[in-house]
Design a protein around this ligand. Structure first.
Ligand code: FES
Length: 293
């Protein structure tokens, strides 16, 4: 294990961080409750989280500024200043989308604690670059460059922890990406066991599916929420949609598309039919409705 891994493990175990992380996450969760706000900050319309894409802009801009501050000389100075300003402006939407994503880790101590340190590092970077920008505007170039390099260090620490959350902890990664969905018709449940208006969880080969009967039709989606793996089969069904009990992601039962975030990936759907009293399912492309036998 590298010393960086050891450091991250320490952060994950540090209970003191919860005194800040728990109330802050609850506050953010409340602030992003409205569907339009939630969808916008989550990146629901994009089909994947907005935060990783938005962070590329300040990281790129500040990297260019650091390079110009180091080897750009007098001619590079105005461009370095421009890149610092660009990074400061772009860091604000990146921070807002990050806070939105992080607020869903309330129930997971490790990612919750790493997330609050990640946010602190990035906020520190933003503060240092803002101070750098002010110093540059006042003509204090040396001070501005020093503050910029310090900001770059803080940003790098934040980026490392962000990478850990995404690639080691799989926060906000489509939790159904590796599902082994049956391509051929697979019997999953006696038809008599699914009453009108009821939902059931059943096994389709190696994969769990949510079954719901509505107006005589049987709908089937993956039983695992794409957002963070919530138990979709336990979700409330309302207006033709199923609502995940963990963070409220809402999926259309007919084709699995996301009606409300934080989920950004649609829920994998299944075609359904009834043969000899058994409900059968097979993997369907997203956007196709149920087939009733
Ligand atoms: S796990 Fe987050 S909304 Fe389902």
């Amino acid at each position: 294990m590298t010393c960086l891994n050891t450091l991250v493990k320490r952060i994950e175990r540090e209970r003191l961080l919860d005194s800040v992380a728990v109330p802050l996450a609850a506050l953010v969760h409340k602030a992003v409750g409205a569907r339009s706000v939630r969808n916008l900050l989550s990146g629901t319309a994009l089909g994947h989280p907005a935060h990783p894409m938005l962070t590329d802009v300040p990281i790129g801009a500040w990297t260019a500024a650091a390079l110009l501050d180091t080897v750009g000389g007098r001619r590079g100075a105005p461009f370095a200043d421009l890149f610092v300003a660009m990074g400061v402006a772009a860091a604000v939407p990146a921070a807002l989308t990050g806070l939105n994503d992080w607020s869903d880790t309330q129930a997971e101590p490790g990612p919750r604690r790493v997330g609050v340190v990640h946010a602190t590092a990035n906020t520190t970077a933003l503060a240092l670059y803002t101070a750098s920008l002010v110093a540059r505007a006042k003509g204090k170039r040396f001070r501005g460059r020093m503050l910029g390099w310090a900001g770059y260090g803080a940003m790098s620490a934040g980026a490392y922890l962000g990478g850990h959350l995404a690639f080691a902890e799989a926060v906000n990664v489509n939790q159904t990406a590796f599902e082994d969905r049956p391509l051929g018709w697979t019997p999953v449940l006696p038809e008599a066991d699914l009453a009108e208006g009821a939902s059931r969880k059943a096994a389709a080969g190696n994969t769990a599916v949510l079954l719901h009967r509505r107006a005589g039709q049987v709908y089937a989606l993956s039983a695992t929420c794409t957002h963070m793996g919530g138990p979709l089969a336990e979700g409330q069904v309302k207006d033709g949609c199923v609502i995940c009990p963990w963070h409220g992601s809402t999926f259309d039962l007919a084709d699995g598309h996301v009606v409300r975030g934080p989920a950004t990936s649609p829920e994998p759907g299944y075609e359904t039919r009834v043969r000899e009293g058994m409900i059968e399912v097979r993997a369907a492309d997203s956007g196709r409705g149920p087939v009733v036998g």
